[in-house]
Ligand binder design. Sequence first.
Ligand SMILES: Nc1nc2c(ncn2[C@@H]2O[C@H](COP(=O)(O)OP(=O)(O)OP(=O)(O)O)[C@@H](O)[C@H]2O)c(=O)[nH]1
Ligand SMILES: [Mg+2]
Length: 306
Amino acid sequence: MTDTQQDTRAGFVALIGEPNAGKSTLLNRMVGAKVSIVTHKVQTTRARIRGVALAGASQIVFVDTPGIFRPKRRLDRAMVSAAWGGAADADVVVLLIEAHRGLTEGVEAILTALEERSGPAPIALAINKIDRVPAESLLALTKKMNDRYAFTETFLISAEKGRGVEDLRDWLAGKLPEGPWLYPEDQIADLPLRMIAAEMTREKLTLRLHEELPYQLTVETEKWEERADGSARIDQIVYVARDGHKGILLGKKGETIKAVGRASREELEKFLDRRIHLFLQVKVRPNWLEERDRYGEMGLDFNDGD
Ligand SMILES: Nc1nc2c(ncn2[C@@H]2O[C@H](COP(=O)(O)OP(=O)(O)OP(=O)(O)O)[C@@H](O)[C@H]2O)c(=O)[nH]1
Ligand SMILES: [Mg+2]
């Protein structure tokens, strides 16, 4: 805690944008740890994930959200709804766009929706992935975006390389309301460990399977058992919708799932700083995308998908 309580500020900053804009990468960079999973694929983040960062006397609670796109299926609708919910609850909203893609149709749709929803929260623009374009192009894009929407402020950043991120953080810190911190100062995430553990396995599956990856896949932590020697045994279930998907996940002689389990365990051990025994089981569940329980486990509202 800082010396005087009234100096402190705290609040929520929602990161919104199209799938793949770099929202989770930015959240992790701000927090200084991997709280939210990142992949090269779109629609990686499925629920609202909170990560806590400190900037001077300010505690910034970043809310990572699923990418906003035109939803078709129940899961898509629940994800997009979670994203807008994150924005509605926030003190400040940051819209991330990709420098090399600019004002896409998807960004245009988000801006239209923002105009309709516009609450009192300031909305900042973060043009991300500036490492991918020549610096000269950024002025024109900044102008184009601000002609289209009256952003409170524009930042040029590379979430991956860490460029421009401090300026953004300091500006956000000053925008938050005065008040006591919302989380203990050593807390960096607000997501149950069992969910973080499941997300890590989903990330490794996504990275490992590339184009073969079934979208219709979810991971749940089934059991978490503390052991006397300080280690933990974690049992997880990977739900897929089809028999064929199970084969893909297992791979030849179970090699794929074994490699995924190893990668996930290693990262979990680093994150938790303790020994982990991870057991993965793949189950075929044709209708899991329509099962209420599955949504609760993902941190989504089943009814949002209606
Ligand atoms: N070159 C470059 N790549 C980036 C940058 N920030 C993120 N990426 C990459 O962009 C991809 C998507 O990043 P994510 O952080 O998962 O994007 P997201 O917006 O959370 O995506 P969803 O969860 O699917 O909505 C990953 O491959 C990142 O490594 C950046 O500043 N520069
Ligand atoms: Mg994400």
